[in-house]
Design a protein around this ligand. Structure first.
Ligand code: NAI
Ligand code: MG
Length: 352
């Protein structure tokens, strides 16, 4: 039987609560689709700082290296905000993992689910047209990683993109569009940025290898507007690191629930880290009311992108949609509900 080794890094706050439900659902998948998971639990984030003194201990990194994928919860919380920035759980754990494994491709799907449009801050007639967007953000280059300088009177950040860095994320975007609605919208600021001109040039080159995909270029300021005017026009959005950071948060706000948004960060070998888009939600940790769907949907992305188990990935996504339809939801989705984190996990696992 095929066995997948998963490094399970639950982390802090609601991380362990929602992770338990994701594992329940993965176990249900293993049973139905006849493969096996070997879970290797490891400390990360604040929990690791408290036990061994650093957010990403060498033993945890080794565990990740020896696994086929990383299923990540969330890290951070008020107990660790006094630490210097580079020792804070998020930076010390996540940034290091991204760089160590060269996780250049960040995938952030966001959609409206039938019956839950009212969670969106957008007008109902706009929501009625639907939204199903996959945002790809370049994650290991661009302005966050360029040379920085600071003098008494000035400061600068540098954005540099190599052709190859644009190529590899663009290829991921076109491949993703093939399995979706055959459209890529590439975001840049080619009217004022040299790196934007190169971005557009390289995307057009890659487009030639994907004649079945329609490509559109959009300036980022226009994209920010179009997203709230009519998000139904987008399929795959391709962004650099900075623009992807901003637009993916706009997408999260538009979709209306943090608890529903998964993410994937993958490298060219298909190795990846999968985590909910939200944080450790310390305000609701320990109350059994966290929505586990984002963590469960992150597990589905892991099955799709790291293990090529498309049937199992779709089964999870369909089960989550079905669970939403039966209105078995935590109170972030419906304040009148008293359904617990575990009840949502049980329902989804059953539906698998
Ligand atoms: P957050 O995403 O943890 O919480 C924002 C709001 O969304 C809160 O009201 C929270 O209760 C709610 N929320 C988030 N996930 C939810 C879920 N699954 N179900 C129901 N409600 C949910 O962001 P915040 O408050 O800015 O950060 C809290 C901590 O998390 C901080 O220490 C921050 O550094 C860390 N963080 C970690 C991330 C990661 O591990 N990748 C990402 C973002 C924040
Ligand atoms: Mg997270």
């Amino acid at each position: 039987m095929k066995t997948y080794n998963i490094a399970v890094l639950a982390g802090d706050g609601i991380g362990p609560e929602v992770m338990a439900e994701a594992i329940k659902v993965l176990d249900a998948c293993a049973e139905r689709f006849e493969f096996a998971f070997n879970y290797r639990h490891a400390f990360v984030g604040g929990a690791a700082i408290d036990t061994v003194g650093e957010a990403l201990p060498p033993s945890t990194l080794a565990c990740c290296e020896q696994s086929d994928a990383i299923l990540f919860g969330s890290v951070g919380g008020p107990a660790w905000t006094h630490l210097p920035p580079d020792q804070q759980p998020e930076r010390a754990a996540l940034l290091k993992l991204r760089q160590h494994f060269d996780l250049f491709c960040n995938l952030r799907p966001a959609k409206f689910y039938q019956g839950f449009n009212h969670l969106s801050p957008l007008r109902s007639d706009i929501c009625a047209k639907g939204m199903d967007i996959l945002c790809l953000r370049e994650l290991t280059s661009g302005i966050y990683f360029g040379a920085k300088e600071r003098t008494a009177t000035a400061a600068s950040d540098t954005q540099t993109y190599q052709r190859d860095e644009i190529r590899r994320i663009a290829i991921k975007a076109f491949q993703a569009a093939q399995a979706r609605r055959q459209k890529v919208t590439s975001i840049d600021k080619a009217n004022v940025m040299a790196s934007g001109i190169l971005w557009r040039e390289v995307v057009n080159e890659i487009a030639q290898d994907f004649p079945d995909i329609s490509v559109e270029h959009m300036y980022v300021d226009n994209a920010a507007m179009q997203l709230i005017r009519d998000p139904s026009q987008f399929d795959v959005m391709l962004c650099d690191n900075l623009f992807g950071d901003i637009l993916s948060d706009e997408l999260a706000a538009i979709s209306g629930s943090m608890g529903l948004l998964p993410s994937a960060s993958i490298n060219s070998q298909g190795f990846g880290l999968y985590e909910p888009a939200g944080g450790s939600a310390p305000d609701i940790a320990g109350l059994s009311i966290a929505n586990p769907m984002a963590q469960i949907l992150s597990a589905a992305l892991m099955l799709r992108h790291s293990f090529a188990e498309e049937a199992a990935a779709s089964a999870i996504e369909n089960a989550v949609a079905a669970c939403l339809q039966t209105h078995c939801v935590t109170r972030d989705l419906d304040p009148n509900q008293t359904v617990s984190t575990a009840q949502v996990g049980d329902t989804i696992a059953q539906m698998i």
